[in-house]
Design a protein around this ligand. Structure first.
Ligand SMILES: *Cc1c(COP(=O)(O)O)cnc(C)c1O
Length: 464
């Protein structure tokens, strides 16, 4: 099992190296050279960690970590506070809600990152090295990464988030972790500025080498692989027949994980991409043209993104795995802010994907509607998935699973506006607003961010 860069100019790597590298050296994203098939699908009644092990194992190839998967998945998902780990709630005769937010930081990022934290630890110990993780977050990846990697001996974590653009709960979840090896940095810019800086740091070979830099954004293949497990599990729980999924999307990571589950043999029949008013992906699926525009703040800040990194992995498939074509397209996108795919490629994409953009007003209406119809309170991101699934034409015979990506208490203002009731944080976070915060604010300036990372991480690595 080897992995190649979507841009074709980085060396092919084995799983452990892809895990530790994150982004490829040529700026591309790693993908398996061929998608493995699921060798076994656990019984519909199996515990969630069995699905995680079964789905991830084929991606590990000859890695010695493969043998540890049953133990690591058990340990990772023991930290979730629901006995089903990822419960599937029925909303109506054909619609289910897959709740992915029962982990320590209340968003779906925990599903992959709790496991990645353990995998990093084992892989680094085997190689006797340390690493620095630098990530950009629109709100939820940051705290999930910090929580998964805090106090680990061989890892430092620096997370960049857009100053003033996350919810207060999201910010506090990052700034109140007292561990010395994790740092949240508020950048005076947008999420896309943060993501650009992370990419620039990866492109800086000297910096990358002196830090053993790695990524926990969904550019890291291991994260995508870990997420594809819940699509396999949901299909199995619903009888392993053609199933549609609706996925609120920002960076195209979560919905791309569904594409991967399908490539491995899961009966994923249709994928609905739900965006907020930052609708570059919806416009793409309607027109075949990817065209960025400014980011506007919405009630679903984790999706306030214009440049969806993981789309490059789908583009690679649409282009028949032609890395030169991907490289040229991405270079063109960088310089002109847009690119087009051919009508045949668009047709191939829309055979599987449908898309809808849901604005704030419709988001609020959906939270209210779901609460009235089912008694279940959903967060604004989850509402976008559900609302999008009703905007597009779907075969009414297909069961539909809509993804609930965050706990409603993570976005209490929007939920209160919709339902009149303020959702409560779970007990383990009940004192979040009383905990002292540690905040670093930096200008939107690559050099300052680079020196900050050097200052907090290098001192330790040279001592180690
Ligand atoms: C990260 C996140 C998203 C977007 O997921 P992508 O993988 O970037 O598409 C949606 N909702 C919530 C709550 C998130 O934390």
């Amino acid at each position: 099992m080897r992995y190649a860069s979507t841009r074709g100019q980085a060396p092919d790597l084995e799983f452990d190296d892809v895990l530790l590298a994150g982004l490829a050296a040529d700026g591309g994203l790693y993908v398996p050279k061929t998608f493995p098939r699921l060798d076994t699908v656990p019984a519909s009644t199996a515990p969630y960690q069995d699905f995680a092990t079964a789905t991830l194992k084929p991606f590990f190839g000859d890695s010695a970590l493969a043998a540890e998967l049953p133990e690591l998945t058990k340990q990772a998902y023991a930290r979730f506070d629901h006995a089903a780990v990822l419960p599937l709630l029925q909303l109506d005769h054909r619609t289910w809600l897959l709740e992915l937010f029962h982990g320590p930081t209340l968003a779906f990022k925990d599903v992959a990152l709790q496991l990645l934290g353990l995998l990093f630890d084992r892989a680094l110990a085997k190689r006797q090295r340390r690493m620095t993780v630098v990530g950009a977050t629109s709100g939820d990846t940051g705290s999930a990464a910090m929580e998964a990697l805090r106090d680990r001996a061989n890892v430092d974590v620096v997370v960049l988030y857009p100053h003033g653009r996350t919810s207060e709960v999201q910010r506090r979840q990052m700034t109140t972790i007292p561990s010395a090896n994790v740092h949240a940095v508020a950048v005076e810019g947008t999420f896309d500025d943060c993501q650009d800086m992370v990419k620039a740091l990866f492109a800086d070979t000297a910096f990358r080498d002196r830090h053993g830099l790695s990524a926990v954004n969904s550019i890291n293949w291991a994260r995508i692989a870990a997420q594809s497990a819940y699509y396999v599990a949901a299909c199995a729980r619903l009888g392993w027949k053609p199933t549609a999924f609706s996925v609120p999307t920002g960076n195209f990571g979560n919905v791309y994980a569904a594409y991967v589950a399908r490539a491995m043999g899961a009966p994923v029949a249709k994928l609905v991409v739900g965006t907020n008013s930052n609708d570059i992906l919806t416009r793409f699926f309607h027109s075949g043209r990817m065209q960025s525009s400014g980011v506007v703040p919405t009630l679903s800040p984790s999706m306030d993104i214009q440049v969806s990194s993981n789309f490059e992995r789908l583009l690679f498939e649409l282009a028949g795995r032609d890395a030169t074509r991907v490289r040229d397209t991405m270079a063109g996108f960088r310089s002109s802010g847009s690119f087009d795919v051919s009508p045949a490629e668009l047709k191939q994409a829309t055979d599987l994907f449908a898309a809808a953009a849901i604005d704030d007003e419709a988001t609020i209406a959906e939270i209210r509607r779901t609460r009235a119809a089912t008694g279940i309170t959903i967060d604004p991101h989850s509402a976008i998935g559900l609302a999008a699934s009703r905007r597009v034409q779907l075969d009414p015979d297909l069961p539909l699973v809509s993804l609930a990506c965050a706990h409603p208490a993570k976005f209490p203002d929007a939920v209160e506006r919709a339902t009149g009731e303020r959702p409560k944080l779970p007990a383990h976070l009940a004192d979040l607003f009383d905990r002292p915060e540690r905040i670093t604010i930096l200008p939107n300036d690559l050099n300052q961010v680079r020196s900050f990372v050097d200052r907090v991480a290098l001192t330790k690595s040279s001592a180690a």
